[in-house]
Design a protein around this ligand. Structure first.
Ligand code: PLP
Length: 421
């Protein structure tokens, strides 16, 4: 529906209609949830054979007993499989615990307490800043907030962050020490960084010599469609600033969200520094799980087949939400949304000052959405126009109803705002 050509009277009539439909939905006392990007039980079931491997296999063909201490950097079999999947050298793959957020926390803590590769620890500086493409992942912002790191918001466009602005900032301020990026199927817009953006991130001049990009490749294998865009590999010959990148991955949304494995991929220099610091922190992570994951993931082709099964479950859920948005708002300039080719999220952009109202109206009608402001540092969405939608966890049979509540609330709040004018 195109509200822009409507008279004030027509807007008011449509508003009354949306309000009535919303009231009917409230009376249904629904209990729906599109708030967090969790895999559904059907997706988790896809990896149940992994548990049998854990139960029965814990020593390598070479006879290494993985129930015992050792292998700080992870079992060689998993480092090898992940290296092949990610097109990197196995010597640069360090396996972590069951999730990547924890690895990011550790890497940031080390830079904060001990410094990056022998440079001044960040805690000794009067001010530390990070660039944050916005909208972004709430937990990255929470992490930075906990360390008292100042967040500089930079707009995230359809092909990645606004690089003119990023280049200008990092070249002129030595307190800018890093940047968080979700380069493939970003959380929450689902965009993929273009080759041009990745190349500019590799080549840009930074005033800080210990500047690091936290390359959170959480959705590296999470394609919903075969024609999903690929991401340029930063661990390539062409990259003259390879030390700049810490890449994080995990199998939280491949195997189990609470029983997967994570990995840090970084240059030789970064790896040596991380290894030294990690050796004071632990003797090893869970190698039984690591070895089982190596057996389960096997190869890039096997992973592709496994992820295609995830996509079969996820794709229809995304399509129900997107079809409902298209049906209600195709061609509209007041409600816009992303149509990602992979990942876990859709972002809806409303008129200014409307997002929190939509979320409130959804809640009233029994649909939980992620809280307003979540995709912005310090939860401050000054425009109040971003809504993150996560369709993965809701059961398939509830998706139509979720879409109905969402669209009705969007209509209600948008028309309410337009009628004020
Ligand atoms: N990074 C991004 C961009 C995410 O969206 C998520 C989860 O939603 C995570 C990291 C968390 O990953 P993990 O479970 O490996 O900590």
């Amino acid at each position: 529906m195109d509200y822009s050509t409507m008279s004030q009277e027509a807007l008011q009539n449509n508003f009354n209609g949306a309000k009535k439909r919303h009231n009917l939905l409230v009376k249904e006392k629904l209990n729906l949830d599109l708030s967090r990007g969790k895999p559904s039980p059907e997706q988790l079931d896809l990896s149940m054979p992994l548990l049998n491997i854990c139960n029965s296999t814990f020593s390598s063909p070479k006879g290494t007993d993985y129930r015992n201490y050792g292998y700080l950097d992870g079992v060689p079999e998993l480092r090898e499989v992940l290296a092949e999947i990610l097109s990197v050298n196995k010597e640069n793959v360090m396996i972590g615990g069951s999730n990547s957020l924890n690895l990011m926390y550790d890497v940031l803590s080390r830079a904060y307490c001990f410094g990056v590769c022998g440079q001044t620890p960040w805690c000794k500086l009067s001010e530390i800043k990070f660039i944050c493409p916005v909208p972004g992942y709430d937990r990255h912002f929470t992490l930075l907030e906990q360390f008292g790191i100042q967040m500089i918001s930079v707009p995230l466009n359809d092909n990645g962050p606004d690089m003119d602005l990023v280049e200008e900032l990092v070249a002129s301020d030595q307190n800018i020490k890093g940047m968080f990026c979700v380069p493939r199927f970003s959380n929450p817009t689902g965009i993929v960084y273009s080759d041009e953006v990745v190349t500019r991130l590799m080549n840009m001049k930074t005033l800080a010599t210990d500047f690091r990009i936290f390359w959170d490749n959480a959705y590296f294998a999470h394609d919903l469609y075969p024609d999903a865009p690929k991401l340029k590999n930063v661990f390539c010959e062409e990259n003259q600033n390879i030390d700049r990148f810490y890449m994080f991955v995990s199998t939280s949304k491949i195997t189990f969200a609470s029983g997967g494995i994570s990995a840090l991929v970084c240059s030789d220099k970064n790896f040596a520094s991380m290894h030294k610091m990690l050796s004071a922190q632990t003797i090893n992570y869970d190698k039984i799980n690591q070895y089982a994951h190596a057996q389960f993931l096997q190869s890039p082709e096997n992973l592709r087949l496994h992820m295609a099964k995830h996509a079969e479950i996820l794709r229809p859920k995304f399509e129900i939400i997107i079809s409902a948005l298209r049906e209600a708002f195709e061609g509209s300039t007041v409600v816009r949304w992303t149509e990602p080719k992979g990942g876990y999220f859709i972002t809806i952009t409303t008129l200014p000052k409307v997002a929190h109202r939509v979320i409130e109206l959804c809640k009233k009608a029994g649909l939980k959405l992620t809280e307003a402001g979540c995709a912005h540092p310090l939860h401050r969405d000054d425009m109040d126009s971003t809504i993150r939608v996560a369709p993965s966890f809701a059961p398939m049979e509830e998706l139509d109803l979720c879409a109905k509540v969402l669209v009705t609330s969007l209509e209600y709040a948008t028309l309410e705002e337009l009628c004020k004018k």
